[in-house]
Design a protein around this ligand. Structure first.
Ligand code: MCA
Ligand code: AMP
Length: 478
């Protein structure tokens, strides 16, 4: 199995564009061969995953070498970075020479500064044979994802899962080499990196990355050759408002072949508003870092608001009750199995065992099925997982970070509905002495963990509500 066949067959077309930086398939293959030669003998590398051509070249080079990539959020905070580097033990870090660094840092932060650093010069290319394809079961990526408590877990994603899942999505979306995907998603998660970059590259199509999401830039790309857009619901929410205000923008968006939303539920109101403004009905798909994509509405299928379609090719899906018994009618937890599944959590056999039941992966997502098999996600088993802007965030990690602030005696974190972000992070704080300013607590969490994990609202209480066992009763908050 070759993960990226177009790098061997070399279609005569541009592969990747980031602003003014672009590279065709021959250039990408030449760069990947040169990087693979430099990485040979290594097992694991970190990539400082800025939204740039450099990240794309570094990842494709590492994949060619069979070296597992740990993508790192370039806005990562110090506590989270220390955990990821200690847990994944990368041997090198690949970062562009001029990178965006948090604060006024001159060097890569924390433990990354101590690793040998490599940068991929797009002009340095090697000719010759394509490197021998690694074992399909070998890990291609270790992607960190939050749980309800503790620090994020490293999800080991094998090459087999990526190839199988991208092929299933190509089938579902009638996605071919004729397509160019436009997006502004971060490149340290499955959505932006695996679907949004490797997807086009597996098919021999194109990807235009916008650096950051902006409605006008999406419209300009769709007006000049891009055919598909990928985004999280927050991006569609913003796009809808912009389309309603600007008919020319709405017309450009209306010209897309396919708009795909995922990472969180797309509100039915935004689906309907976008359809009214542009004539486009967004196709929704449902996935997880551990499973890649499980379900999707098909390009030729019924685009029902609030539904994520049927399982994609190769994926088995069932709904189970609290005892693990299959539910045929009504709500159940989604369990999936198939070639899309991860290998396990790095260094966490306990968490891996907990996540599996008889070969099925327990997603923690609650759903019902329409009579024709369409899946509707209705909630999540754990209230301590928050989806904000499409990012999964554990309440526990934020609570721990807040407790490290000298002005915080007790803290509980919840998610509250938010029209833009889906959910916003709310911190409930019992202060130690004079209550710290809300911004100060937000900055503190952003510095330790990541800016997207910062509380958007801070509420002060004299005491947290607790049950007779002393456990915080989060349902009593709000
Ligand atoms: C603000 N900023 C701060 C602070 N406040 N920085 C430090 N300290 C602070 N206190 C900065 C941020 O770094 C950012 O900088 C800017 O201010 C705005 O930040 P934020 O408010 O977070 O941005 P936003 O505009 O609200 O973000 C909305 C977004 C974003 C663009 C939709 O949430 C996003 O990119 N979401 C995508 C999530 C995603 O890809 N999820 C996939 C995982 P700057 O402007 O420089 O950035 S799920 C997945 O992969 C599964 C498999 C699936 O199903 O897809
Ligand atoms: P992550 O761990 O960041 O990969 O996020 C995976 C989670 O995102 C899933 O378990 C779901 O809760 C949520 N998710 C992804 N896509 C959708 C969708 N289309 N609708 C609702 N929830 C989604």
């Amino acid at each position: 199995m070759v993960l990226l066949p177009p790098l061997v067959t070399l279609p005569a077309r541009e592969a990747v564009r980031f602003g003014a930086d672009a590279i065709d398939y021959a250039g990408l293959a030449g760069s990947a061969r040169a990087t693979a030669a430099r990485l040979s003998g290594h097992a694991r590398v970190a990539v400082w995953a800025t939204p740039s051509l450099h990240t794309c070249l570094a990842v494709v080079g590492a994949l060619a070498a069979g070296v597992a990539v740990v993508p790192v959020n370039p806005k990562i905070g110090e506590r989270e970075l220390a955990h990821i580097v200690a847990d994944s033990a990368p041997e090198l870090v690949l970062a562009a020479p001029e990178v965006e660094l948090p604060g006024a840092l001159a060097e890569l932060p924390g433990a990354l500064a101590e690793l040998p650093r490599l940068h991929v010069d797009p002009e340095v290319r090697a000719a010759g044979e394509w490197p021998v394809e690694p074992d399909p079961e070998s890990p291609a990526f270790i992607v960190y994802t939050s749980g309800t408590t503790g620090p994020p877990k490293g999800v080991l994603l094998p090459r087999r899962a990526i190839a199988a899942n991208l092929d299933a999505l190509a089938e579902a979306w009638e996605w071919t080499s004729a397509d160019t995907v436009v997006h502004g998603l971060p490149l340290f998660h499955v959505h932006g990196l695996i679907l949004g970059v490797l997807g086009p590259l597996r098919l021999g199509g194109g990807v235009w990355h916008l650096g950051r999401f902006e409605s006008g830039a999406v419209a300009a790309a769709l007006g000049s050759g891009a055919t598909m857009m990928f985004g999280v619901p927050t991006m569609y929410h913003r796009l809808v408002a912009d389309c309603e205000a600007d008919p020319a923008l709405a017309k450009a968006i209306g010209g897309a072949r396919l708009l795909v939303s995922g990472s969180a539920a797309l509100p039915a109101t935004d689906h309907a508003r976008l359809s009214a403004a542009t004539g486009q009905q967004v196709v929704e798909r449902y996935g997880m870092t551990e499973t890649l994509m499980n379900c999707s509405v098909r390009a030729a299928g019924d685009r029902r608001p609030g539904a994520v379609g049927r399982p994609v090719d190769g994926v088995d899906l069932r709904l189970v009750d609290d005892d693990g018994l299959v539910v045929h009618e009504g709500i159940g937890e989604i369990e999936v199995r198939g070639p899309n599944l991860f290998l396990g959590y790095l260094n966490r056999p306990d968490a891996t065992a907990d996540a599996m039941r008889d070969g099925w992966f327990r997603t923690g997502d609650m759903a019902i099925r329409d009579a024709d098999g369409y899946v509707r996600i209705v909630g999540r088993r754990a209230t301590d997982l928050i989806k904000s802007g499409g990012y999964k965030i554990g309440a526990g990690e934020i609570e721990n970070a807040l407790l490290e602030h000298p002005g915080v005696a007790e803290a509980a974190v919840t998610g509250e509905p938010d029209p833009d972000l889906g959910e916003r992070i709310v911190a409930w704080v019992v202060a130690e002495g004079a209550p710290p300013a809300a911004d100060e607590l937000a900055d503190h969490v952003a510095r330790l963990l990541a800016p997207h994990k910062r509380p958007r609202v801070v509420r002060y209480l004299d005491a947290l509500p607790r049950n007779e066992l002393g456990k915080v009763t989060k349902r009593a908050l709000g």
